[in-house]
Ligand binder design. Sequence first.
Ligand SMILES: Cc1cc2nc3c(=O)[nH]c(=O)nc-3n(C[C@H](O)[C@H](O)[C@H](O)COP(=O)(O)O)c2cc1C
Length: 209
Amino acid sequence: MSLAEDLQWRYATKKMNGKPVPQEKVDYILEAARMAPSSSGVQPYEIFVITSQSLKEKIKPIAWGQEQITDTSHLLVFASWDGYSLERIEKVFQKTLEERKLPPDTMDAYKERLWSNYEPLSQEWHAHHAAKQAYIAFGMAIAAAAEQRVDATPMEGFIPDELDKILGLKEKGLKSILLLPLGYRDEENDWLVKMKKVRTPKKDFITEL
Ligand SMILES: Cc1cc2nc3c(=O)[nH]c(=O)nc-3n(C[C@H](O)[C@H](O)[C@H](O)COP(=O)(O)O)c2cc1C
């Protein structure tokens, strides 16, 4: 199967059948997200994997009561940094230097330039920029799930502040950004399963110059 076919197969599943997704498939999807590119390689986001049914029940009411939240076996929560700091950035660069066995000052100029760009900007800008990076990993996870023939529903339909409270994200310097329940479509009861996929026509979407 090609990636194009995988993307045709997938859809934002509305009704899942409750069958659990095998752990190796979940791991594959998480690994695709971990391998996503990010601005300056900072990866300012994390993923929480929720399998606790009682926790999912707690989240459902603050996610518009969407049934996928409780029908999924694995609810992925993408959470991004609430802001950049020199300390956070240094930690990332330090790890890169160590893993690549580079001299300690190799990345100093780049790091200083990056921080001099970020420092004057607002915390809101930082958090927004970090969230944008999380969306890239989110896209990778969606594609990987489709490749594994695992259904996934991309979700912004929840109250982030409430979810942050439930998961204690503020204390960790994180903000919840996106949800991705994983599971298997309930073909009989999902109104969307047989609907045509609708996208902007190529002629309006792509401009060749
Ligand atoms: C960032 C984002 C947030 C979304 N939020 C929700 C959501 O909360 N609930 C839902 O059922 N679908 C949600 N969707 C699904 C979109 O409505 C869906 O992807 C779009 O209509 C295209 O259809 P398809 O994914 O079935 O091809 C979201 C999609 C994205 C990318």
